[in-house]
Structures are given as structure tokens and as C-alpha cells.
Design a protein around this ligand. Structure first.
Ligand SMILES: Cc1ncc(COP(=O)(O)O)c(C=O)c1O
Length: 400
């Protein structure tokens, strides 16, 4: 019950135990096409350029940024938690001239503040996290893409922790590049990063296209980028090459991680069988139940709760309680893992997640009951039954 990775849905585990097929086997290429179509629906986009990047969510981020940023480009990174700092760091490594704007942890940016920063910085790219797991905040994105486009910038969004647990509408919100992972609300393991690029973003990547020597039919030519662009600095994360591999040409690049493809496909199938809106609503319901439950125990919640992600809550560790000892006891006595925190929040909050397969009533109620017992043993003044009663009220829709 942490902020991810989470307990993997058994259907995903089963899908991942299937035998491998060759990378150009018609079954494999059909799975690839199908997975692209499924993730278009999960991202709420019609983007042709919707693929998996092999690697954890960070691989998706690196692929998007190294492919979109030409060294020297101006990039704006609004930071409201640890993962904003990660975007800044990766953008710097890509050779960008990075400008950062920050709000205190526990808050998000207003559209006006973002626009003011864009006016000042005049970036080519704005790189933003939607749900920053480190603070649990969910950055509102409506209007941000259109604002970026008015000012001639592209918008990249990291939706690793938020996708399928909170609304995300790639096309309606004019997001140019988005990357995710499986290990949060999608109910899978880490190791595959779904990614989608708008036609505008594909244009940028296409201008930097290069084809490896040994694959070209005209072996005399050099393997530099298209004449208009600077070659993408990473081979593995070169999205032009990755798109060629996933495209009709199936131009060889890496060997697609077949087992991860099976897993990612099953994650998307699970979401779409339930319905994307229903999946989001389930995360909201169980997130609300945890929120009510921890408050019912008499605990405080960190940050601007109105902008909290549905799928994770940051609970203030009561004064005098050893947060790590509580986590250890929950794990050893009850088999329940809750999350620790990073940076300024380390030792101050626990993070309790309800994501993917763990966004379930039984998981929520057992976690709250166990937390109550452990906190009482640690001398915290918790309300007897306060957690489960408050959560049940959320489930029943009226006071128990
Ligand atoms: C918002 C966000 N971005 C990026 C990452 C990095 O993901 P990974 O560890 O899969 O590379 C995480 C991981 O928790 C995350 O929550």
C-alpha cells in the first residue's frame, strides 16, 4: 500500500508468464500494434506515435527529453516535488539551458504562474510532472498545453504516477509528449514506459532522424541526422529510431522486451475493460476512503488536499512516533507496506497508496485497521475504530 511499485494484478502476472515469440513473428507485431492502440485510449489520444520504451518510467522521460531537446534549447521546468527536480536534471544532461520555477512542496502551480514563467523564459519546451508522488500533488493541466502553444513552446508531462488514477486527456489538453510507467495505477511491474508524442513533437524528432549504418539500403551515405537537425545524443532513447522500429517499416533498433510488452498490454486491457473513467473513479473512491480513514484516526494529512492525487495520501507522522518502526511493524506483523518519503518530507510523512490492484475496499480497510493497532502500540492517541468507520462511511455514502 505504498506509492508504487504496487501488488501486481494477477492477470498481468499470468500474461507475463507466456512463452516468447520472435520479434518479427506476426503474433509479436500484432501484439505491438494492439498495444499501441490500447495505450492511445489510456492516454486519451489519437497520436500515431504511441509506443513503449523499454525500461522504467525514467527511461520514458529520458527518451522524450533527449529526443525533443537539442543542446542549447531553452527549457522551463516548474518544480513542485522530487520528480520535477528529476526533469530538471535530465534536461540539463540533455544540454538544455534550463530555467526552474518552484512552489513549496505540498502546493501546485496556477495557470497564471505558469504563463508568467513562460513569458519570462520563452522556452522551446515546458517539462512538467502531473502527479508528483513525492508530495502527492496533482498539477492541474487544463489550459497549460494551449498556453504553451500560444507562446511557441511544446509541453512534456510525466504521468507516471497519475495515469489511469486521475483524469488525463492528452489531446484535449494539448500535451505534446507524455510518458508513464506500469507500476502505479496501471497495476503492473516497473520496466516498461508507455510514451505518446503529438504530431508537433514527432516533427521535432523527425527533423533529427538518423538511420544506423548497416541498416541503410544506401550504405555509402553517412549515419548523421537528417540535414535539418542535430543527431539525438542517445542511441537507445532515440525516439526517431524507436518510432521506425514500431512503425510499418519495423526498422531494427533494440529487441523489444517481449515479456514487458505482454505485461503492458494486459495492464491497458484491464483499464479499458473496466473503462478508463471507471478506473479513475475507483482510484478516487478508495483514495477518499483512505483520506477519511486516516483523518478518522485523528491523523493529519500533508499538503493542499484539494490538489491531491486520488491514489496516494501523505500522512503526517504523529509527534513522538518513530515512523520507520511503525512501517517495519506493519510489514512484519501484517504484511502491509506503506511508503516512506524523500528530501524535506523524510521522517515527516508516510505515503499510503491505493493504486491499481491495491485500489480495493478490503485492502483499504485492513490497512486502516492494522495502522490503528500499530499506532496504539507506539503510544499514539488514535480513535478506536476511527479509521475503518470513516472509510466505511465513504463506501456507503452516508455516516455509519
Ligand atoms: C512521478 C514519477 N516520475 C518518475 C518516476 C521514476 O520512475 P521509475 O522509478 O520507474 O524510473 C516515478 C517513480 O516513482 C514517479 O513517481
Amino acid at each position: 500500500m505504498g506509492p508504487g511499485p504496487i501488488t501486481v494484478d494477477p492477470r498481468v502476472l499470468r500474461a507475463m508468464s507466456a512463452q516468447l515469440v520472435g520479434q518479427y513473428d506476426p503474433a509479436m507485431t500484432a501484439y505491438m500494434n494492439e498495444t499501441q492502440a490500447l495505450f492511445r485510449e489510456v492516454f486519451a489520444t489519437t497520436n500515431e506515435a504511441t509506443v513503449l520504451v523499454d525500461g522504467t518510467s525514467r527511461a520514458g522521460i529520458e527518451a522524450a527529453l533527449v529526443s525533443l531537446i537539442t543542446p542549447g534549447d531553452t527549457v522551463l521546468v516548474p518544480v513542485f516535488g522530487r520528480f520535477g527536480h528529476l526533469l530538471r536534471e535530465i534536461a540539463e544532461r540533455c544540454g538544455a539551458d534550463v530555467h526552474v520555477r518552484e512552489v513549496p512542496w505540498g502546493q501546485v502551480f496556477t495557470l497564471e504562474a505558469l504563463e508568467e514563467a513562460v513569458r519570462e523564459v520563452r522556452p522551446k519546451l515546458v517539462a512538467l510532472v502531473q502527479g508528483d508522488t513525492s508530495t502527492t500533488m496533482n498539477q492541474p493541466l487544463e489550459g497549460v498545453g494551449a498556453m504553451c502553444h500560444r507562446h511557441g513552446a511544446l509541453l512534456y508531462v510525466d504521468v507516471t504516477a497519475s495515469l489511469a488514477g486521475n483524469p488525463f486527456a492528452m489531446d484535449a489538453w494539448e500535451v505534446d509528449a507524455a510518458t508513464a510507467g506500469l507500476q502505479k495505477c496501471l497495476g503492473g511491474p516497473s520496466g516498461s514506459a508507455p510514451l505518446s508524442l503529438s504530431p508537433r513533437a514527432v516533427e521535432v524528432v523527425d527533423a533529427r532522424r538518423s538511420v544506423e549504418a548497416g541498416l541503410r539500403t544506401d550504405p555509402g551515405s553517412d549515419d548523421g541526422a537528417a540535414p535539418t537537425g542535430v543527431r539525438i545524443r542517445s542511441n537507445y532513447f532515440d525516439l526517431a529510431m524507436i518510432l521506425d522500429y514500431w512503425g510499418e517499416e519495423r526498422l531494427n533498433h533494440h529487441t523489444e522486451a517481449t515479456t514487458m510488452l505482454y505485461g503492458a498490454r494486459e495492464c491497458a486491457r484491464l483499464v479499458l475493460e473496466e473503462g478508463l473513467e471507471n478506473t479513475v473513479a475507483r482510484h478516487r473512491l478508495h483514495g477518499d476512503a483512505v483520506l477519511a480513514g486516516v483523518r478518522g484516526l485523528g491523523l493529519s494529512v500533508f499538503g493542499d488536499v484539494a490538489h491531491k492525487m486520488h491514489n496516494v495520501v501523505a500522512v503526517e507522522i504523529p509527534a513522538g512516533v518513530d515512523g520507520e518502526a511503525v512501517r517495519a511493524e506493519l510489514l512484519h506483523d501484517y504484511g502491509i507496506e506503506i511508503g516512506t518519503s524523500f528530501g524535506p518530507l523524510a521522517g515527516r510523512v508516510w505515503r499510503i497508496g491505493t493504486m491499481g490492484y491495491n485500489a480495493r475496499k478490503d485492502a483499504v480497510l485492513v490497512t486502516l485497521a492494522a495502522l490503528e493497532q500499530v499506532l496504539r502500540r507506539h503510544g499514539a492517541p488514535v480513535a478506536p475504530g476511527g479509521g475503518t468507520v470513516a472509510a466505511q462511511e465513504v463506501y456507503s455514502g452516508f455516516p455509519a
